[in-house]
Write a protein that binds this ligand. Structure first.
Ligand code: ARG
Ligand code: ZN
Length: 885
């Protein structure tokens, strides 16, 4: 890319309030097959004088449109009265108050970016966050410009009987020429990113909800007619979410209707547009034949997430996009708490931490690392990251841990009370927490502005004579791009000390009175680089159980040996730490084997580990869902993170070796558990049943890791007896991934089960793309020529390219470099149509420096090749250039 074409960086420090406010906007959409014509009427007022000449130019964002006319206070402007630039429309010096009418048109059918107004199948839909509204009309497309919207939609009556926008429908009817119109009004002033429109021929599932104050809200879930039967789980999730937000946070819904539309082509999970959420079908549609247990859970959590945004995001929104985590971190925290209440607290916590560790920790340690509140970006779409979302949620969770549930609730109430109807910053959120709790959170703010994952090292010393135990905690944080030195963080460390029976002992800090019984778990607050905490009355050296429930997003080194880890795996009263200890134990055993393999030693799986694994498998006091998690070996990705230089082949070889060993050495126990955890009756999604299925299917998977034919027969029966997607997938994955004899036949048979559902087909594609077999890449290329594949559909791109490049490390990182060349080729093909999708894919190579030298060089070459292309999007340019820095 030439220097002059290099995209610009935007900085938080350059923020300036908008020079013009919009007090009302009226939009008229005339939708046709070849084009969409948009008439926008804005009531605008100047906010202040800006430049030295005393002029305040009006600059409206906009691109990829045809401009037909600009009319100011009823006067059509000559083309020399304004300037049209590639990304904006400028009117030099408009009056203090004025009405501006702008007529533009675009071609939604050609809009493959899935941003702005586009077509998905037979319908029109929109995606405006973050900056898609500027593809619909010229507008101050920034979240601190809020206005009430009135929207008129006109379209062909037969093709598009359903015409939707935000708020309440206030008018509608027939027009000449077989056309029809509807008028929508949203009384709540909103930023442009929350605007939405849908036109299509859609079926609808209807229900209602009575709010805590007794108002009736109509609930409408729209999908293609043939998919409406798959909307019931989503509808139930919506009602649960609405009730939960009232009960837990006192938040009530505010419009008379809440609509959700399922759309097949969508870049992300879903979008919280005011009163009119637009969802990826993956997070709406489900029936037992198309969706797995974890997809049912995913629907619950995404429906809740978007609903919760109505307060954390819509009623109180972001001043600018550097504040994205203000709404996303908070809303992820809220949806995690919701899921934790409806599934199981510990299971949810473990799954959330798994996501954080497998995606956010690597991001925080790589070339695109950024703070929860970034201070610069080139393309905001690249900042819908695990850091902004998931680490952001951890930061909010730490506030709840430090302030207590009640204190946190008070702070949140105050935040909503103070800022309802405003566009604010992270600072306002923290200030409200401080004010409501009478507590300063000065040091805590560093979590928002310093990137990188802090490391905490713990050491215990015990003095038998004085019965005193000292716990010393030391923190550090590695450098990240642009931040070489870090100040110490304020870190809550939930702590217990366990005696030899695994009982948590009372924790009395030195100097505390012993009048009241001491708690057995305390949240220690680490603020300095190093701090020691002294406890009295500790008779013997205990085993520490630290960072319980993962009380802070840090890497903890508690300096435990394998025997202590095995003890905690079996006995820790904190379920999260039980899981954690098992994972750490397994990781160490596997890394030991990686080292042995590198030395050329023969491999031998430690008997103590096998015993501990067996004990966990047979521990009937442990809930099946938790047991399944505790018995899931750390992923290849996790092992690679712990190697000095990641070696995908070694990680794969060792994980396969350990699975095969467990399969052979625990065959009888696995078979017993497999039979014991059968779920009686027809399939229905329920958390307890899902837990049993998870454990049973884990046993099946391990049994097949031994590659014997009896196990394959067991899996075949499992498949043929299955009445649901979860079990079918569990049965065929080890067969297809193991390349077992029945593999091809099953691929063909499974296709028949999937053919009628796009979401089911995604699984048919991804199970093949992620099979770690030698011919993986040619198979992937063949899948991309399949009639059901389309590079234009993000779900399919994820199911094939994403599953191969992100979920098949041993084949993607093939030493020939063919996997990398393939990815580069797909990124360039995607970038021309859908930059957001392209950027997400290319990010899979961003941490090339972490890999074995030969692999790193091959990845670097492909990144350099991408960077030399002429027409790169900002999205891909930013990721690639930062990766090569
Ligand atoms: N606000 C949406 C959510 O979290 C995500 C939309 C992001 N879209 C995008 N193109 N970056 O629910
Ligand atoms: Zn969100």
């Amino acid at each position: 890319m030439s220097d002059s074409a290099k995209p610009q960086t935007r900085y938080l420090k350059d923020y300036a309030p908008p020079p013009y406010a919009v007090s009302a906007i009226q939009l008229r959409f005339e939708l046709f097959e070849e084009s969409a014509r948009v008439t926008s009427t804005l009531e605008m007022q100047r906010q202040h004088r800006q430049d030295e000449a005393g002029q305040t130019p009006l600059m409206l964002d906009g691109h990829d449109m045809t401009l037909h006319s600009v009319t100011l206070d009823g006067q059509k402007l000559d083309t020399d009265a304004y300037i049209v630039e590639p990304e904006r429309l400028v009117i030099a010096n408009p009056p203090e108050r004025f009405t501006l009418e702008i007529v533009t048109s675009s071609k939604p059918q050609d809009n493959a970016s899935l941003e702005g107004l586009y077509r998905s199948g037979d319908m029109f839909c929109t995606q405006c966050e973050a900056e898609g509204f500027r593809k619909i009309t010229y507008y101050p497309d920034r979240p601190d410009v809020m206005a009430p919207y009135t929207v008129t939609i006109e379209a062909d009556k037969a093709r598009y009987p359903t015409l939707l926008s935000n708020g309440n429908r206030i008018d509608g009817g027939d027009l000449p020429d077989g056309r029809r119109f509807a008028v929508w009004q949203d009384p709540f002033p909103k930023p442009s990113y929350l605007f939405a429109l849908v036109a299509g021929n859609l079926g609808c599932l209807r229900d209602a909800f009575i709010t805590q104050s007794g108002r009736r809200v109509a609930l409408e879930l729209y999908a293609r007619e043939q998919d409406v039967a798959q909307c019931h789980h989503a509808m139930a999730a919506l009602k649960k979410s609405m009730r939960w937000d009232e009960e837990r946070f006192g938040r009530e819904y505010d419009l008379d209707v809440y609509m959700i539309v399922a759309v097949g082509d969508f870049n992300m999970g879903a979008m919280e547009n005011k009163g009119l959420n637009i969802f990826n079908t993956k997070y709406v549609l489900a029936n037992p034949d198309t969706a797995t247990d974890s997809e049912y859970e995913g629907i619950d959590s995404v429906i809740a997430h978007e609903y919760f945004h109505n307060w954390s995001g819509n009623r109180v929104t972001c001043r600018d996009w550097f504040q994205l985590s203000l709404k996303e971190g908070l809303t992820v925290f809220r949806d995690q708490e919701f899921s934790s209440d409806i599934v199981s607290g510990p299971v949810q916590r473990i799954n959330d931490v798994r996501v954080l560790r497998s995606h956010q920790f690597p991001e925080d340690a790589g070339p695109t690392a950024h703070p929860v509140q970034p201070d610069s970006y080139i393309e905001i779409n690249n900042f819908y990251t695990n850091t902004v979302y998931n680490k952001g949620a951890e930061v909010v969770r730490m506030l709840q841990t430090l302030l207590g549930r009640d204190g946190f609730r008070k702070g949140l109430d105050l935040y909503f009370e103070r800022h309802d109807g405003q566009a604010v910053t992270v600072e306002e959120f923290i200030s409200a927490m401080e004010a409501a709790n009478g507590r300063a959170l000065t040091q805590f703010r560093l979590w928002y502005v310093q990137a990188g994952t802090p490391q905490v090292r713990a050491a215990l010393s015990h003095d038998a004579a004085s019965q005193r135990l000292t716990l010393t905690l030391r923190q550090s944080c590695p450098a990240t791009p642009g931040q070489s030195f870090k100040q110490p963080f304020h870190i809550p460390i939930a702590t217990a000390l366990l005696d030899q029976q695994g009982q948590a002992i009372p924790l009395r800090l030195v100097g505390e009175s012993n009048a009241a019984p001491a708690p057995t778990e305390r949240v220690l607050e680490l603020r300095a680089t190093e701090e020691s905490f002294h406890f009295d009355g500790v008779a013997q050296m205990p085993t520490p159980s630290l960072l319980r429930g993962f009380s802070a997003p840090v890497k903890l080194d508690a300096q435990l040996d394998n025997a202590q880890l095995a003890f905690l795996w079996a006995h820790d009263s904190d379920p999260f730490n039980r899981w954690e200890s098992g994972q750490e134990y397994a990781t160490r055993v596997m890394l030991g084997l990686v080292a042995a393999r590198a030395r050329g030693d023969s491999l031998n799986l430690d008997e103590n580990f096998v015993d501990a694994f067996r004990a966990c498998l047979q521990d009937d006091a442990l809930d099946p869902a938790l047991r399944a998690l505790a018995l899931t070996l750390p992923s290849e990705g996790h092992l690679m993170e712990r190697m000095t230089l990641a070696d995908p082949q070694a990680a794969h070889a060792i994980r396969s070796f350990v699975r095969a060993q467990l399969s052979v050495r625990l065959e009888a126990e696995l078979l017993t558990a497999y039979h014991a955890f059968r779920v009686a009756g027809a399939y229905r999604y329920a958390p307890l049943d899902a837990g049993r299925r998870a454990l049973r299917n884990l046993c099946l998977d391990l049994l097949l890791a031994g590659q014997d034919s009896a196990a394959e027969t067991l899996a075949l029966n499992h498949y043929h007896n299955a009445d649901n997607m979860t079990d079918r997938l569990a049965a065929i994955t080890p067969i297809i991934h193991g390349g077992l004899p029945h593999s091809d036949k099953l691929i063909a048979d499974f296709y028949i089960h999937c053919a009628s559902s796009a979401n089911a087909l995604d699984k048919w594609f991804s199970i093949q793309a992620s099979a770690p077999l030698p011919d993986a890449l040619p198979r992937v290329r063949a899948l991309m020529t399949h009639q059901d594949f389309s590079l234009r559909n993000p779900n399919k791109v994820r199911a094939v390219i994403g599953a191969f490049c992100g979920g098949n490390p041993v084949r993607f990182h093939d030493a020939s470099g063919a996997g990398y060349a393939f990815l580069a080729e797909q990124v360039l093909a995607l970038d021309a149509a859908n930059p957001q999708a392209a950027a997400r894919m290319v990010a899979l190579m961003s941490r090339w420096r972490r890999f074995r030298r030969d692999l790193a060089e091959l990845m670097q070459k492909q990144l350099q090749r991408i960077l030399t292309q002429d027409k790169l999007s900002n999205d891909v340019y930013e990721i690639v250039s930062k990766s090569l820095n």
